[in-house]
Design a protein. Structure first.
Length: 133
């Protein structure tokens, strides 16, 4: 039962949505950043978008990703993301293990998160974007 599982608070893990300049233009991607001094194992990430566009309810497909191991103080690219979905809430549900303990957290990037005035250079990536911890 879920009530019997001890979900410890998530610390040292961040998600970022950042843009990279390429030969073909701008490419936006979602990144997971592990600031901990220990590796994360069996990282599972579920992503989806939902909200309203022009007064009509919209939602994206649900995507699922798995990263076997994310080393200490490492970064992993999770998925590309289309800026067209920045007008929606973008939800990322992250679960992972440290040793035998499971950790679980939901990260939500709201449409306001992508305001150009809120973008910053993310030191771990060296790219401009938005950061959620």
């Amino acid at each position: 039962m879920k009530k019997d599982i001890d979900f410890s608070p998530v610390t040292g893990v961040k998600l970022a949505i950042a843009k990279e300049e390429t030969e073909s233009g701008e490419e936006w991607s979602v990144y997971m950043i592990n600031l901990n001094l220990i590796e994360l194992k069996t990282v599972m990430i579920t992503s989806r978008g939902y909200g309203e566009i022009d007064g009509e309810k919209r939602k994206t497909s649900t995507l699922r990703h798995m990263i076997e191991e994310l080393g200490p103080q490492c970064v992993a690219k999770v998925e590309p993301i289309d800026p067209a979905v920045f007008t929606l809430n973008n939800e990322f549900w992250v679960s992972y293990y440290i040793m035998d303990q499971i950790f679980d957290k939901k990260f939500i990037f709201t449409p306001g998160s992508f305001d150009p005035s809120l973008r910053q250079v993310i030191p771990e990536l060296g790219l401009e974007g938005v950061l959620h911890s």
